[in-house]
Design a protein around this ligand. Structure first.
Ligand code: ADP
Length: 386
């Protein structure tokens, strides 16, 4: 499938006609070459908007390659995670809804004192649902989702990472509404690694702050509306389509984030380990496709899982659900297993028992330490905000 899937079409984008005339960025034509409908329309180019004075950036060769790489590596297509797929985290959902989703639906309302918050940071131990929240917010807003790992920025695109950030924001503006999700944002500030690595990530961070300020921003998630939009609006008298680029960052190490970046990320939302109710919800979400034996008390399983992350609980459920199959095939030859399989789908139905859960719990330990939680809570007390 192509990225056109999540890109606004001409009809969904009132300023689109004129905008598309000005799509002379080489990477856009690249995409047109891939049979992308929106890109193909842009490929026509040459309209009066094509020479729009606001459209001053012209990419030279290497950026086309970068854009193609970015499209392949970073644009996450076809995500379809709903708020309800995420157990608990009601406060985080509320913040994201107010900071990102509602401003997109009713931008007029979010002006003046109600301007949307600048950046949003999700912090907390690993495996607690930060990435899921970002994806759900993107699904809710039908955004093009740029899933950027800072570690990738600093290593894979080494040497080109600053340019990469520029191209990334440009693409995001063109494909707006967009969400740039920067995972592991701490690694942009990290003091670890060699001097060269450190220098590279410092430059990426600077570029990110610059882009975010000049563009549609980490510094104000609200729609961009630069000169270019004004120009393109005049063609048919329609108001310009807002070019929202939302920036959402996540980290497992908030204390590594330096002040400059922290100040941009106005809302800092703690994503903690799940409590009892959320653990029960996680069990139910994970086990929705399997049969659970009647004697299993999920409440008490959830209670046993205190200290486990959402990701750990997924692993426990997977392991427990596999146990039934293991029991069925134990001591059988491949031919016998095949015969069993051929006897029908139901012959492999083996409900998950209490003992399956106990075995899984014995095998899988919580991945997050108490010290880690303590450190997060301390940081929350000093820098958290919702
Ligand atoms: P993080 O980004 O915080 O490290 P993820 O969002 O990638 O964590 O979650 C990893 C996996 O853990 C998910 O794919 C999902 O299976 C499970 N998970 C974690 N938290 C939740 C949650 N709140 N609701 C549902 N599943 C969760």
């Amino acid at each position: 499938s192509s990225s056109a899937q999540r890109r606004p079409t001409g009809s969904a984008n009132p300023g689109g006609g004129a905008n598309q005339g000005s799509y002379d960025k080489p990477w856009r034509q690249n995409m047109a070459g891939k049979g992308n409908a929106a890109g193909a329309a842009g490929g026509k180019g040459g309209g009066p908007g094509g020479a729009a004075p606001g459209n001053k950036k012209q990419y030279i060769g290497p950026d086309q390659e970068l854009a193609t790489m970015l499209e392949r590596d970073i644009i996450d297509q076809g995500i379809n995670i709903k708020w309800d797929d995420i157990a608990g985290l009601e406060e985080a959902k509320r913040v994201l809804n107010e900071a990102l989703v509602l401003p997109m639906i009713m931008p007029d309302f979010f002006t003046g004192i109600r301007r949307p918050v600048k950046g949003v940071l999700l912090f907390g131990p690993p495996g607690t649902g930060k990435t899921m929240l970002a994806k759900a917010a993107a699904t809710e807003t039908s955004c093009t989702f740029f899933n950027v790992s800072s570690a990738t920025l600093a290593s894979k695109y080494r040497g080109e990472s600053e340019r990469m950030v520029r191209v990334l924001f440009d693409m995001a503006r063109e494909m707006a509404p967009s969400m740039i999700f920067i995972d592991e944002v701490d690694s942009l500030c990290s003091q670890r690694g060699t001097a060269n690595e450190h220098e590279a990530s410092r430059r990426v961070k600077t570029e990110l702050l610059v882009q975010a300020r000049g563009g549609c921003q980490i510094d104000g998630v609200h729609g961009g509306g630069g000169d270019k939009d004004k120009d393109s609006a005049s063609a048919d008298g329609e108001p310009p389509a807002p070019r929202h680029v939302f920036v959402l960052a996540a980290t497992n190490f908030p204390w590594d984030i330096d002040e400059a970046l922290r100040r941009r990320l106005e809302k800092r939302v703690y994503i903690p380990l799940p409590g009892q109710a959320q653990r029960l919800q996680l069990l139910k979400i994970n086990l929705k496709d399997v049969d659970v034996a009647p004697g299993v008390n999920l409440d008490s399983v959830a209670a046993q899982l205190e200290g486990y992350s959402g990701d750990d609980i997924t692993n426990i459920c997977r392991d427990a659900a596999m146990n039934g199959m293991r029991r069925l095939v134990a001591g059988k030859t491949p031919a016998e297993i095949k015969a069993l399989r051929e006897a029908g789908k139901d012959s492999f139905k083996e409900p998950v028992t209490s003992e399956d859960f106990q075995q899984a719990i014995r095998k899988i330990n919580p991945s997050v330490s108490k010290e880690d939680i303590k450190r997060h809570e301390e940081w929350l007390n000093v820098f958290g905000s919702t």
